[in-house]
Design a protein around this ligand. Structure first.
Ligand SMILES: [Mg+2]
Length: 405
């Protein structure tokens, strides 16, 4: 079998319903959600001379990655898609002149790698999890987002057992409110979204203040590029920590895992380097008794499918992030839509990944802007008078707001 072409499908995925996302700020300001108008999904199809096609998805910076894939494609034409690791190495060395892979280079390789696994599964007539060593489970637990009592109860009503809230505005009070609302029957996690203005000292204090609420994890309490800060928080707090969504490949996740700075590793299924890298990252984590909970909050449904196959095949699978009701178009993008019952999804059994995109639906949503819109001033997450500075490293909030003044 030979690869004959790669087609890309870039779409504007529609604005997530802000009431269903754990956005920063207070409930009354969630309409200012920073993903407004920015979320793009990039899918690709690899075609072969035997008529089998493979589907993949890339995150990282989809509009840029689409261009990268057009650059990479000639390297793959004529190659046998069976030799996935060899092609991964070929792509990696081809991009070496551009510097380290980063999430853009790895994002491009992710969609291609995913599609190669899809082709292999279809060619052999088995699901991808079978190629990864078989499955340990038939269903994958998922968690949804909730920042308000109303949303938490709605999620609980659907049988979902885990929620995640987000943002650094009043986090302790928010977690206390959610715990009071849902009781002890649900797991709760909180994502602080790696605030670059949060000092490690404040993060240590904040994470300790969250200890009584028996959280599943605290995610990105400081900027993920401050590895030494993670060490300080790890040493100070007795609560599971999670990180890893903004890096990619075994090289990007290595330090978090090897230095045991997290209890939960969260590679993004659309930019971690593909199923090939997800499986390796999981093995590295397993050696350190670290569990995997792939990041997929803003991903499209093809990457979700890929995550299901990986999580089915690894012993240290914890849970999958999935906001199935954030945009009505999500369910029309893919065929078949994964069947979520209560708090879990059945592992697909069809050959390959077991899904395809609805091309006619996808082309109805042409790509739009692709960078985050800064949090609006009305969200009150900046100190008064500083909003216009819009700096990355900036004291946005009064320190007292972290700690329930
Ligand atoms: Mg996160």
């Amino acid at each position: 079998m030979k690869i004959t072409g790669i087609r890309t499908f870039l779409m504007h995925a529609g604005q997530p319903d802000p009431s269903k996302w754990a956005s920063d700020g207070h409930a009354s300001h969630v309409t200012q959600h920073k993903l407004e108008g920015t979320r793009n999904w990039l899918f690709l199809k690899i075609e072969t001379d035997e008529g089998i096609t493979g589907i993949g998805e890339c995150s990282g910076w989809p509009r840029v990655i689409e261009t990268a894939i057009k650059d990479i494609a000639p390297l793959l034409i004529g190659e046998d898609p069976a030799h996935i690791e060899k092609l991964w190495q070929k792509m990696q060395i081809a991009m070496m002149g551009h510097g380290m892979l980063g999430t853009v280079g790895a994002g491009a390789m992710t969609g291609i790698d995913m599609a190669l696994w899809d082709i292999k599964g279809k060619a052999l007539g088995v699901p991808v999890w079978m190629l990864l060593g078989g499955k340990l489970r038939d269903r994958i637990p998922i968690y949804s987002h909730a920042n308000t009592a109303e949303r938490a109860l709605a999620v609980k009503e659907r049988g979902i057992k885990t929620i995640k809230c987000g943002g650094v505005s009043d986090p302790v009070r928010k977690v206390a409110m959610l715990r009071e609302t849902v009781g002890d029957e649900m797991d709760i996690a909180i994502d602080l979204h790696g605030p670059p203005w949060m000092t490690p000292a404040d993060a240590c204090r904040l994470v300790r203040a969250l200890e009584p609420y028996e959280l599943l994890w605290v995610e990105d309490p400081i900027a993920p590029d401050n590895i030494e800060g993670y060490r300080r928080i790890r040493d100070a707090a007795h609560i599971p920590l999670a990180s890893g969504e903004r890096t990619a490949t075994i090289f990007g996740e290595r330090q978090l895992i090897e230095e045991e700075l997290v209890d939960v590793i969260q590679p993004d299924t659309g930019r971690a380097g593909g199923i090939t890298q997800m499986k390796k990252i999981a093995a590295m984590a397993e050696a350190h008794h670290i569990q995997m909970a792939p990041h997929s909050g803003s991903l499209g449904p093809v990457a979700e499918y890929a995550a299901l196959h990986v999580l089915a095949s690894i012993p240290n699978a914890l849970i999958l992030e999935r906001i199935d009701d954030d945009w009505e178009g999500r369910r029309h993008t893919i065929v078949p839509h994964p069947v979520q019952e209560g708090g879990s999804i059945a592992v697909p059994d069809a050959p390959g990944l077991g899904c395809d995109i609805d091309e006619e639906f996808v082309v109805r949503f042409p790509s739009e802007g692709n960078v985050s819109v800064p949090v609006q001033e009305s969200a009150k997450s900046y100190n008064p008078g500083t909003y216009g500075e819009r700096l990355y490293v900036q004291t946005r909030l009064s320190r007292r707001s972290y700690f329930n003044p």
